[in-house]
Ligand binder design. Sequence first.
Ligand code: IMP
Length: 191
Amino acid sequence: MTLLIVATSNPGKLREMQAHLADLGWELRLKPDELEIEETGDTFLANACLKASQVALSTGEWAIADDSGLEVDALGGAPGVYSARYGKTDSSRIERLLRELGDNQNRQAQFVCAVVLASPDGSIRAQGSGVCRGEILYTLRGSGGFGYDPIFYVPEHQLTFAEMTAELKRSVSHRGKAFQALLPQIKEIAG
Ligand code: IMP
């Protein structure tokens, strides 16, 4: 069984990544806490590569990393790669987003995700990306998921990410789509 280090310290993300990787048969382990990687890239893909590569090199194991965030059309794509740094807590980030958007009628937005696999020498061996379009609500709805989920509404399903079952979110989300693109590449590597 191959060991795979998951390069995240976000428990919500980890849960979703574990579910996506469940039938791969690889042993997943969380990256060491003290291993902090600065996200200096200006794209999701650049940051995911940075995290996967550095975690692989420092641990000498295979590593997987995702970088993701919310892009709001009326805010010129903000918070984007700064989604995690938009406030100190999930609720302060949501509060700031709703404040900045105010009563703007254009509520269009998208979640974007890049996910990357690096081999123990730090080289990028597989990558996938995904986008999920939706709308920003005026108030929070639902209690599942994490992060910006309670204000991200998907009209096709008439639900916010926070109202979806974990299975439904997995199949429609940006992360779900990125993993759908990545998994066949990992399976090929695993043989
Ligand atoms: P990073 O990828 O660790 O830089 O952080 C991504 C940021 O976007 C965090 O603040 C997350 O809360 C947010 N985010 C990413 N994916 C999701 C999601 O599926 N739902 C809600 N928030 C998300």
